[in-house]
Ligand binder design. Structure first.
Ligand SMILES: C[S@@+](CC[C@H](N)C(=O)[O-])C[C@H]1O[C@@H](n2cnc3c(N)ncnc32)[C@H](O)[C@@H]1O
Length: 185
């Protein structure tokens, strides 16, 4: 697995403010996230999307930020502390298998996996865990990078998600990359 995850220093590159020109967290996620929601973000990296998510869920909401790399999480922790958002973010370090969110099963409103699913060795386990974490009617947004993931690989990923119980729905708005919008019926 280790050779599949992006090196931690790439996490700093992913925080480049210019990234917002191509991937604006407000535009991508604002259409799905409301105040008070519980949001699950596996593969959060250093939190390019996590801090905006924490602002969107507000003081009564929560973002569960799950990572395999401790260095990503410690950078995210520092950034969240500085932004005074740490109390809305639950940081979790996990192994490659499973998400370690059993205590949130059936409680998550929205999950978002951005540029990370292609790094997961066992996608069937991954989607099953996200499925269990979501409430009935909860949604999962998956975005993968076109440069790393071919169309046919992405179709396979979506088929794996459907096998875990998800149903595909059309995306309400543009989000870029190779994207899929999945619902827990
Ligand atoms: C390319 S980075 C994207 C980070 C972030 N989503 C972003 O767009 O800025 C992928 C991240 O997913 C993490 N990752 C890979 N496999 C994972 C897994 N099985 N569970 C949780 N995180 C994982 C990596 O450590 C890395 O930080």
């Amino acid at each position: 697995m280790a050779d599949r995850v992006c090196p931690f220093w790439v996490g700093y590159l992913l925080l480049n403010p210019l990234r917002k020109l191509l991937e604006n967290p407000g535009k991508i996620l604002g259409q799905f996230v409301r105040e008070g929601m519980i949001v699950l973000e596996p593969g959060c990296g250093m939190g390019f999307f996590t801090l905006p998510l924490a602002r969107m869920v507000g003081p009564l909401g929560k973002v569960i930020a799950v990572e395999v790399q401790a260095k990503m999480l410690s950078a995210l922790e520092r950034r969240a502390q500085k932004a005074n958002l740490l109390d809305r973010i639950e940081l979790r370090q996990v192994g490659a298998e499973g998400l370690g969110v059993e205590d949130f099963f059936g409680q998550v409103d929205f999950a978002v996996a951005i540029h990370m699913v292609h790094e997961v060795p066992e996608q069937a386990i991954f989607f099953t865990e996200v499925f269990k974490a979501l409430k009935s009617g909860g949604k999962l947004l998956v975005i993968e990078p076109k440069g790393h993931v071919s169309e046919s690989q992405f179709e396979q990923t979506l088929a794996t998600a459907e096998n875990a119980g998800f149903r595909q729905e059309p995306l309400p708005g543009k989000v870029g990359g190779r994207s899929g919008f999945l619902v827990k019926p």
